[in-house]
Design a protein around this ligand. Sequence first.
Ligand SMILES: C[S@@+](CC[C@H](N)C(=O)[O-])C[C@H]1O[C@@H](n2cnc3c(N)ncnc32)[C@H](O)[C@@H]1O
Length: 238
Amino acid sequence: MNWHARYLQQAAWTRDLRVYLFERAGLKTACRVLEVGCGTGAILRELSVPALHGLDLETGSLAECRVHAPAASLALGDGHFLPYPDKTFDIVYCHYLLLWVKDPLQVLCEMARVGSSVLALAEPDYSRRMDEPSALKPLGEWQTEALRRQGADPSFGASLAETFFQAGIRLIETGPIRGGAVVKSADDWESEWAVIQSDLAGFVPEREIQKMKKLDESVREDGTRALHVPTFFAWGKT
Ligand SMILES: C[S@@+](CC[C@H](N)C(=O)[O-])C[C@H]1O[C@@H](n2cnc3c(N)ncnc32)[C@H](O)[C@@H]1O
């Protein structure tokens, strides 16, 4: 699995929202910015501020991030215990992170402690995933279960605004990210299926996966496929 390619794809889905939110949060005049859970640098690589920082739990991701976002200062660390003094950053943000952490409230409290503006750019709610035609519903259920098995909370997105409030962050704007209900390009479709096959391997029989893949391909070609995972953002100030 090429994770950087996957993260770039996800970053493309949220680009318009990101541009809007970063502008509202004052990125143009910000000096110090941190991404918690920066992964391979899919978002960090786009930013240009005097002091750009990224933190992640995984050394492999940070090694890739060093290549893709050479201007950033990187740290190996856990978002539950950020290794920075209070109010170090003008902006602290995350992107597809909080569903993966043990205690999203603690991570948001830490983000609020070290930053003035806090942005969670994309947190999905797979419990409200829509798959049409309905013969493809098991695919959504399997993927949600796969996320659970990997340690994620697949419906965290629905609790994002409330968790901001609990973390003492003054919410300025929150809501679902606007987006289409189909996987658009052939490349997106192939990459989506690479993720599905890697996620489901081991607990869904290969012939069932292949059956779904064929069905997905045929309904995509005849234009009757719809797929939507409600995904939420929130931003606020401390
Ligand atoms: C889905 S990836 C997203 C990466 C990046 N934010 C992006 O959108 O391209 C989630 C990242 O969060 C990191 N992560 C998970 N739990 C973490 C934690 N407790 N502290 C810091 N990073 C964490 C993972 O190692 C992974 O790189």
